[in-house]
Design a protein around this ligand. Structure first.
Ligand code: ZN
Length: 429
């Protein structure tokens, strides 16, 4: 029997080889983190979260490397990565790690070229930064969807005026905001913890802020702690309580970041997960899973029941209005891609900012104030808008195809996605 001996020899040879591969990936990952931090010195929104060694951050600020220098180093890391591709037979996580670093670096260089003055079209930018391109839709498609709303919202004025009037009956009074959000977060958190185990010390605080282009934001601070901010510039409709609580908190951004920190960074020692560059493919997974997370935590019948029992009462609204409100919202939701179209036209230079706001009002049924806020968001974040709706649709499709209809299995696949380096182009298998 010769083979056991031969196998033993192979194993002996294999172990140092694997260790060397891991060392080289870890070294490249460290260079990637430092590149992200260096680029963050030129783009205030770029580093969304960082909880790696503090001295790396200090060093990035002190040296303030030039864009040309960062790009040279990024190109060198890219070619080193290309030479370090894992074998096809490697563990899936190892292959995903390599793909992740490769794609994240591509996006880093694209963002860098934008800071050097390069202009992309909407689709080219989303492909370069977020590893995905949103489908196009015509005005006629949005008008067809709007027709269904016409009969639901009779009265004077434009359809967008009538929708605004209808929704004004479902605003959370300011003095009830905190109680309503607290109820929503409790509901999202308990449903999430029934399926996902989080580090026991995980925690968050909620802050109410103004003068922002977004509705809510999760600032992940590391050590499983988040600061969730809610923007109160505009009246907050009651459906936003669960949406924001799930999206920013459970099982959305807070959970995603906590799982990456625990499983990728601390357990595996993969330092690239100590930093989250906002304009990168990771954001499509982050936003898409945060939006899909609303539906996984609250499938529609459960959502309606919870709105009736907990949310509407916390907001001081009559629970008898729940069904009516949510059936109108389901129609409005079908117009979500109108936001991408306005951004595409505006960024491609075929319409102005004023026309983009008008377009959003007409085809997306935004109120004038919300259309203005959306244009500000596009000015700040560009094609990032696709991460919310296209991201959600891509994550939903992935979970559907991997898990089928079994609710427990859906949570499992969803949790695996949140605990892995899988990126947008890796969702379609
Ligand atoms: Zn988000």
């Amino acid at each position: 029997m010769k083979w056991p001996h031969a196998l033993a020899v192979c194993l002996v040879a294999l172990i140092p080889l694997q260790a060397a591969e891991t060392d080289s990936m870890n070294a490249l990952a460290e260079r990637y983190v430092k590149l992200v931090l260096a680029l963050g010195q030129h783009d205030a929104d770029y580093v969304d979260a960082y909880y790696g060694p503090a001295e790396w951050q200090t060093e990035a600020a002190a040296s303030k490397r030039t864009l040309a220098d960062i790009d040279r180093d990024a190109a060198a890391v890219q070619s080193a990565l290309a030479g370090a591709a894992p074998a096809r037979s490697s563990e899936e996580m190892i292959r995903l790690r390599h793909e992740y670093l490769t794609k994240q670096l591509l996006a880093l260089r694209a963002r860098l070229s934008m800071l050097q003055g390069k202009r992309y079209t909407f689709d080219d930018e989303s492909k370069a930064l977020y590893d995905a391109v949103a489908p196009t839709h015509s005005e006629v498609e949005f008008e067809t969807i709007s027709k269904d709303l016409e009969s639901r919202l009779p009265g004077d004025g434009t359809l967008s005026d009538r929708l605004e009037r209808f929704r004004s009956r479902f605003i959370i009074p300011k003095d009830r905001l905190d109680a309503t959000f607290t109820a929503a977060i409790q509901g999202c958190r308990s449903r999430t913890l029934a399926h996902i185990s989080l580090p026991p010390e995980e925690s968050f605080v909620v802050e109410y802020v103004t003068n922002k282009s977004w509705a809510g934001y999760n600032w992940y601070k590391g050590k499983y702690h988040s600061v969730i901010q809610v923007n109160t510039d505009l009246p907050i409709y009651v459906d936003r309580a669960i949406d924001l609580a799930c999206h920013e908190g459970y099982p959305g951004h807070h959970v995603y970041n906590a799982l990456l920190e625990k499983i990728m960074m601390r357990d595996r020692g993969w330092v690239e997960f100590s930093v989250y560059p906002l304009r990168s493919p990771q954001s499509l997974i982050a936003e898409g899973s945060a939006n899909y997370g609303i539906e996984i935590a609250f499938p529609r019948p459960e959502r309606l029941a919870f709105e009736r029992q907990a949310i509407f009462p916390a907001a001081g609204l009559d629970p008898a209005g729940v069904d009516d409100y949510y059936s109108v919202l389901a129609l409005v939701d079908r117009l979500s891609y109108a936001g991408n179209e306005a951004a595409r036209r505006y960024m491609n230079g075929t319409i102005t900012a004023t026309q983009a706001a008008e377009w959003l009002e007409r085809f997306g049924l935004y109120s004038p104030a919300r259309a203005q806020q959306r244009v500000r968001f596009i000015d700040q974040y560009g094609s990032y808008v696709i991460n919310y709706n296209l991201g959600k649709d891509m994550v939903a499709k992935y979970v559907d195809s991997e898990a089928g209809a079994d609710p427990a299995r859906r949570w499992e696949v969803f949790t695996q996605l949140l605990s892995s380096p899988r990126l947008p182009s890796g969702l379609a298998r």
